[in-house]
Design a protein around this ligand. Structure first.
Ligand SMILES: [Zn+2]
Length: 168
């Protein structure tokens, strides 16, 4: 997106809002170069794939949902709203880059967990506990154990595992 003021190509999204009808996203952007702010409008159907839920139903990609989930997970953690905005922006970008018209919701969940894991381990465990719907405490504990340095390393050593180009 070229800045309308200085034609610089890089900007950051500082706010995104879905229209009441749910078909247009209004984005407030700030140019990295001149710091001027401008607004862009994007049609949802053209940008984001539909999300296939576990039960097979489709729903629109919902940025709010992801943002609120992450915000809840990061409550009282040293993670700023600014950082969350950036991370959610990254997730959106990844999802767009998959280039499919439909993607399973677990791909988004996986991406969210990857991002949280890098961001804050407490927030990650909180989110994971809800996301994975742990059936018992030992499952939860093994998740906490898996945050030990060794397993983080083994995760990083195996980045080649992907589904449609998305790292697992
Ligand atoms: Zn500019």
């Amino acid at each position: 997106m070229y800045c309308p003021f200085c034609s610089h190509i890089e900007d950051k999204v500082i706010d995104s809002r879905l229209s009441k009808e749910g078909d247009v996203i209004r984005r407030r952007r700030e140019c990295f170069n001149c710091k001027q702010r401008f607004t862009t409008y994007e049609r949802v159907g053209e940008i984001f794939p539909m999300v296939i839920k576990k039960d097979g139903r489709r729903e629109r990609f919902n940025r709010e949902k992801i943002f609120n989930g992450m915000k809840r997970a990061c409550e009282k953690r040293p993670v700023s709203i600014d950082v969350l905005e950036t991370v959610v922006g990254d997730i959106e970008k990844k999802i767009q880059e998959i280039g499919e018209s439909e993607i399973p919701s677990h791909i988004i969940g996986k991406e969210l967990m990857n991002q949280l894991q890098k961001l804050d381990h407490v927030a990650y465990v909180r989110f994971a506990s809800v996301y994975k719907e742990f059936k018992d405490i030992s499952e939860f504990m093994s998740e906490i154990k898996s945050l030990a340095p060794q397993s983080v390393v083994s995760y990083e050593q195996n980045p080649s595992k992907t589904i449609d180009g998305v790292p697992l």
